[in-house]
Write a protein that binds this ligand. Structure first.
Ligand code: HEC
Ligand code: HEC
Length: 230
């Protein structure tokens, strides 16, 4: 009797172990995300939920339901383990400085949560090209630079690394190191239809103002943004 139940138990444990190994990374990451309280400030199921300014102001952190289409996995895993401010101002504020202090994850947890978040992709946004092919993405950098720095007010709201120093405005996320952080295909999708991702006005909608070619060019310019001034 004892022998039988022990056998049964170990078989059941073996099956459970196999099952948990199959989905170890993603299921694990989703669990860590919940148990660490991340869901108190971020939602991970799309489409966008915020409809009014009040909805937007009630959000304590950016939406993550398309994180897998937006971020590069290498950047995401490293940032979760050692987060540094991205937005110069506190989330949803136009006056208070972002003091940092975003919750940190230990190495193992950061890896699992990164895998979970990278699984949250949206249709119509292709995965980021490998870093070694970043120079091959279509667009004219010089034209994109003109759009970003002169023709459109982008640099009035976004920090970016210019030739000698980091410069620009503070009301949007910093675009310093955008090449390592953002998927260029997502940037284009966002510029073409920002409402799908952020329906409550947070950045002027450039759909209809910038042509597809303009958007490709400005994305190409953004992909030249490294961690430091050149
Ligand atoms: C108290 C609210 C709060 C909690 C809890 C929280 N976050 Fe955040 N999170 C924020 C805010 C605010 C930002 C924007 C930070 C910035 O721009 O510097 C952010 C940014 C992020 C980003 C980058 C998103 C983007 O669009 O730039 C990721 C990824 C993220 N958080 C993941 C997590 C994970 C994983 C956890 C759980 C360990 C977590 N957060 C816990 C508030 C929170
Ligand atoms: C009036 C200020 C403003 C202007 C002008 C502006 N942006 Fe933004 N931008 C924002 C805000 C605000 C967000 C998103 C805020 C958030 O997610 O918390 C954003 C988000 C972005 C993002 C995504 C960054 C990220 O990490 O989530 C990119 C890329 C971007 N803008 C590029 C541009 C380009 C290119 C232009 C010019 C064609 C431009 N922006 C003009 C305010 C602005």
């Amino acid at each position: 009797m004892r022998f039988v139940s022990a056998l049964f138990l170990s078989a059941a444990m073996g099956a459970a172990l196999l099952m948990s190994m199959a989905g170890v990374s993603k299921a694990g990451g989703a669990d860590v995300f919940k148990s660490k309280g991340c869901a108190a400030c971020h939602y991970t199921d799309g489409p966008a939920k915020e409809k009014t300014i009040a909805d937007q102001l009630a959000k304590k952190g950016p939406e993550l339901w398309y994180a897998g289409s937006k971020f590069r996995p290498g950047w995401l895993g490293a940032w979760l383990a050692d987060p540094k401010p991205i937005r110069p101002y506190k989330y949803n504020s136009l006056t208070e400085k972002n003091a940092g202090g975003h919750p940190k994850l230990s190495g193992g947890d950061a890896g699992q949560v990164k895998d979970f978040l990278m699984g949250l992709t949206v249709k119509g946004v292709a995965a980021a090209p490998p870093m070694k092919d970043i120079k091959k993405i279509k667009g004219k950098k010089i034209k994109g630079k003109l759009t970003f720095t002169k023709k459109q007010p982008c640099s009035g709201c976004h920090l970016y690394p210019a030739r000698k120093k980091v410069t620009g405005g503070f009301t949007g996320p910093s675009l310093v190191n955008a090449v390592a952080r953002l998927n260029p295909n997502w940037i284009q999708a966002y510029m073409e239809n920002s409402k799908a991702f952020k329906p409550v006005k947070d950045m002027p909608n450039f759909a209809g103002i910038l042509s597809k070619a303009d958007i490709r060019n400005v994305t190409k310019f953004i992909m030249s943004f490294k961690p430091k001034a050149k």
